[in-house]
Design a protein around this ligand. Structure first.
Ligand SMILES: CC(C)(COP(=O)(O)OP(=O)(O)OC[C@H]1O[C@@H](n2cnc3c(N)ncnc32)[C@H](O)[C@@H]1OP(=O)(O)O)[C@@H](O)C(=O)NCCC(=O)NCCS
Length: 159
């Protein structure tokens, strides 16, 4: 077939929330697995016991890509509990769980360049900087880079 000419067939588009075409098997490889699987994130909620009371102090969320055995992580420690080593402890427990029970192959984090605490935390646990999304985050009147960090299962096993 020759080159498509707009004079012969009008090319139009409509705005849509999702792709309406079915993907043939041989083209699935070009798309994120999110177009095929939609696993719900796994969230670990952490608590501490204090004076007989159980208090929730933070969470670690794994946004799973099940085919790739990869997960994007988000984590949070309540402000009053920060700076005491709990973030590090929580992540260690969560990564042990992720590699042993969720059977992940890698863990990925996207951290905003101004989040020094988070960068220090991940690098302290052996994550490597793998790339940068230039000016991909807007905050407080300007654009900031997003730093991609990763940890492979084999590197966590050594720890
Ligand atoms: C990031 C966060 C989870 C860290 O929790 P935390 O309990 O304070 O962490 P820790 O006390 O275990 O400290 C982690 C590391 O950060 C360092 N750190 C602590 N306070 C810091 C600060 N103000 N600036 C820079 N580094 C700091 C610590 O030295 C420690 O590194 P080390 O183990 O090499 O000494 C917490 O600050 C938080 O919930 N922040 C808001 C949400 C967030 O940023 N989530 C991450 C999104 S990617």
């Amino acid at each position: 077939m020759g080159k498509f000419k707009q004079e012969d067939h009008k090319l139009t588009f409509r705005v849509s929330e999702d792709i309406l075409l079915e993907l043939p098997e041989e083209d699935v490889m070009y798309f994120s697995e999110r177009k095929i699987t939609k696993a719900k994130p796994v969230v670990l909620v952490f608590s501490v016991e204090e004076d007989g009371r159980i208090e929730k102090i933070g969470f670690v969320e794994f946004d799973l890509r099940v085919l790739n055995r990869n997960a994007y992580i988000t984590y949070y420690v309540s402000p009053v509990w920060r700076g005491r080593g709990l973030g590090k402890l929580m992540l260690k427990k969560a990564f042990d769980f992720a590699f042993r029970e969720l059977n992940l192959h890698r863990i990925t984090a996207e951290v905003y360049e101004y989040n020094e605490r988070s960068l220090k935390l991940l690098e302290g646990l052996g994550f490597h900087r793998e790339g940068i999304l230039k000016e991909a985050k807007y905050h407080d009147g300007r654009y900031w880079d997003i730093i991609i960090l990763g940890m492979l299962r084999e590197n966590w096993k050594d720890r």
